[in-house]
Design a protein around this ligand. Structure first.
Ligand SMILES: NC(=O)c1ccc[n+]([C@@H]2O[C@H](COP(=O)([O-])OP(=O)(O)OC[C@H]3O[C@@H](n4cnc5c(N)ncnc54)[C@H](O)[C@@H]3O)[C@@H](O)[C@H]2O)c1
Length: 377
């Protein structure tokens, strides 16, 4: 397959993962990068041996087929609209927009022009998460009836160089981290039908301790503790706890309970890990992930953990899907459903009622077993 030519808008923290991931792939080739900060684009271009461009020249480049939008959440929808207006497919980092109501016009604009929208997270395509999907479909835990999705920490202002956006609309633990957990739950269980929740904000301001902005104050504009219940169309209900008000805990990231057993799903913030299952109340046994690609550790995190980080495979799948005329898995339609769910947590709490989810969504196709990029063909 002829590699698809890519442009990237947004040269911040996460752009290295995309530039490195794309450089390892035969399916895509990054031609140029742009940012509203010309110096940021120039630095990334030098580091990764690609061209630096302005946003306008990148969008006007006829060679570029897909533009990857790695800007902050508040810029996701406006930049996506610019990409679609320029006649290019858009692939972006999560969330699809800061609010469901801002995302809908993007999806409509793309559909009107016959263009694709893809949106991270793509972690659910990782080896560990696909192995869980195969195991559930093989009936290894029976019919899934319940579960728990947990991500608890003390936030982002101690490590990210420019953390303010995490505390504005489109950020917070539910919009920033919820996409990983809710998307993997939809991959495993199918669409969400209803959400009920309670949210709160423990501190109205936060002090940045990471460099270079240490000492600056962030005004918190989002809930920082979210507890809720997701009801799935298949009848399962899953408890979700997402918080940035917690110093320490002993809870696991994701558990699924079925009629015949239970499953421990590794953290959907990453692509690998060791899933475990039980039959009824038997012993935990590891699930073999070796037949699935993209589960092998390839990066050490700032806390020293050796993790699988194959961020970019959703883009590779979309590039191949466009060439082959098939649907792509890490889709805007899936992300729109997930965003409606994420918005519903705060709405449910404010309005004191269940929120019914209306956006239709199908589970993305499983990734074939294999060892690399041949699975996208
Ligand atoms: N940092 C991470 O570890 C991480 C992980 C997963 C996902 N993400 C997601 O990736 C996205 C970017 O995060 P980040 O950490 O790289 O942020 P960042 O602040 O480090 O970088 C964002 C970049 O986008 C540029 N930008 C902002 N508005 C723009 C516009 N209108 N046009 C062109 N450029 C613009 C900024 O100048 C900046 O260089 C966010 O949606 C975030 O949720 C980040």
């Amino acid at each position: 397959m002829e590699p698809t030519t890519i442009g990237i808008i947004g040269c911040g923290n996460i752009s290295d993962a995309y530039l490195r991931g794309a450089a390892r792939s035969q399916l895509v080739r990054v031609k140029s990068v742009a940012d509203i900060r010309a110096d940021a684009a120039a630095a990334k271009a030098r580091e990764h041996s690609v061209d630096a461009a302005t946003v306008d020249t990148l969008l006007a480049d006829p060679a570029i087929e897909i533009v990857v939008n790695l800007t902050i959440p508040a810029a996701h929808a406006p930049v996506n609209l610019q990409i679609i207006e320029a006649g290019k497919h858009a692939y972006l980092e999560k969330p699809l927009a800061t609010r469901f109501t801002d995302a809908k016009p993007v999806m409509l604009a793309a559909a009107a022009k016959g263009l694709r929208v893809g949106c991270a997270p793509d972690t659910f395509l990782g080896g560990a998460h696909q192995a869980c999907r195969y195991a559930i479909e093989a009936g290894l835990i029976g019919i899934p009836v319940a579960g728990a999705a947990t991500v608890l920490s003390h936030g982002m202002e101690h490590w990210h160089p420019n953390p303010a956006f995490f505390y504005q609309h489109g950020g917070g633990p539910i919009h920033d981290l919820g996409p990983y957990y809710v998307t993997q739950l939809v991959n495993l269980l199918g669409p969400v039908s209803r959400v009920t929740a309670q949210v709160s904000t423990a501190a109205k301001t936060r002090t940045i301790t990471s460099e270079p902005l240490a000492g600056q104050t962030i005004v918190v504009g989002v809930p920082t503790t979210v507890n809720g219940v997701l009801s799935f169309a298949n009848g399962a209900n899953v408890a979700l706890s997402h918080s940035w008000d917690v110093w320490k805990h002993k809870r696991l990231p994701l558990e699924i309970y079925g009629s015949e057993g239970s499953m421990l799903v590794p953290d959907p913030n990453f692509f690998g890990g060791e899933p475990q299952i039980t039959r009824r109340d038997g012993d935990w046994t590891p699930l073999d992930i070796s037949r699935h690609p993209y589960g092998t550790p390839n990066r050490t995190t700032r806390t020293g953990a050796h993790v699988a980080d194959h961020r970019v495979i959703g883009l590779l799948d979309m590039a191949a899907a466009i060439r082959l005329g098939r649907p792509h898995r890490v889709s805007g339609t899936l992300a729109l459903h997930v965003l409606e769910v994420l918005d519903a947590f705060e709405r449910s709490s404010l309005e004191g009622r269940h929120i019914v989810i209306e956006t239709p969504c199908k589970r993305p196709e499983k990734l074939p077993q294999g060892s690399g990029e041949e699975v996208f063909a």
